[in-house]
Ligand binder design. Structure first.
Ligand code: NAD
Length: 247
């Protein structure tokens, strides 16, 4: 489904991002994963090379919260691989601090990665994609972007912003043949979920129509569909992949 495409996946070293990398590689894309450190990027690179020995794979660790670092990395990728067709802004962090004790610095850290990095990645990728005649930008949102959460307001606030960027950029970039969509996972079995306190998880679990949490692979399937030409007339959507979580 993605033969000949070059895809960058931020936070591609574990969890949902790593599964997206696997899906894309299974479908013959060139995949470059971005990690938070070169060490974790190298580990994911070694793992993916073992699983896909004939594939074209890269791994880097630019500072996603720094525009110049992102620009340098994506420009280098375009020069090395010839294009940048799919930009997946997936890296994200969560927090559950209550408002009375919320350290403003933590709020800024969440915004730096969950929002600013999405803007930087989209800004650089869009310029490259416009020049080459089109492309696809995919952002990882969350179902908490639809109804908030009872503590840790920075995280849902950041994902509301991701939806805003997605819908606005879809409208702005459609004429340049660049599609922009978001996937909003529900509770998904990754390291991030393990760090969320039970008092936040439990009430959500009881509201999942399918009565189980999601697997990273199930979320990655949506990323495959929306990146592919099968979704050629879909832009500006925030697609929940949440087993119908009704809050
Ligand atoms: P995870 O913690 O397993 O993975 C997060 C990824 O982000 C890792 O690859 C990590 O290297 C990267 N990352 C973290 N901090 C970084 C930094 N400062 N710089 C660069 N990269 C950094 O979590 P996950 O569940 O796979 O999360 C992926 C995305 O899915 C996030 O945007 C998250 O908000 C979203 N999400 C997850 C769930 C869930 O239940 N797991 C639900 C909804 C949305």
């Amino acid at each position: 489904m993605l033969k000949g495409k070059v895809a960058v996946i931020t936070g591609g070293t574990r969890g949902i991002g790593l599964e997206i990398a696997r899906k894309y590689l299974q479908n013959n894309a060139t995949v470059i994963v971005f990690g938070s450190r070169q060490e974790s990027a190298d580990q994911a690179y070694a793992l993916l090379c073992e699983e896909f020995p004939n594939a074209s794979i890269g791994a880097m660790a630019p500072n996603l919260s720094d525009y110049n670092s992102m620009k340098e990395a994506l420009t280098e990728i375009r020069a090395t691989y010839g294009s940048l067709d799919i930009m997946v802004n997936n890296a994200g962090i969560s927090a559950s601090d209550n408002i009375y004790e919320y350290d403003p610095e933590n709020f800024e850290n969440i915004m730096d990665l969950n929002v600013n990095a999405v803007f930087y990645g989209s800004r650089v990728a869009a310029a490259i994609m416009k020049e080459q005649g089109g492309g696809v930008i995919l952002n990882t949102s969350s179902i908490v972007s639809l109804y908030g959460q009872p503590s840790g307001c920075g995280y849902p606030a950041s994902k509301f912003a991701v939806n805003g960027l997605t819908q606005s950029l879809a409208r702005e970039l459609g004429k340049d043949n660049i599609r922009v969509n978001a996937i909003a996972p529900g509770v998904t079995e990754t390291d991030m979920m393990k760090a969320v306190p039970q008092e936040v998880i439990k009430p959500i679990l009881s509201k999942i129509s399918m009565a189980r949490i999601g697997k990273p692979e199930e979320v990655a399937n949506a990323f495959l569909f929306l990146a592919s030409d099968m979704a050629s007339y879909i832009t500006g959507v925030v697609l929940p992949v949440d087993g119908a979580t009704i809050i």
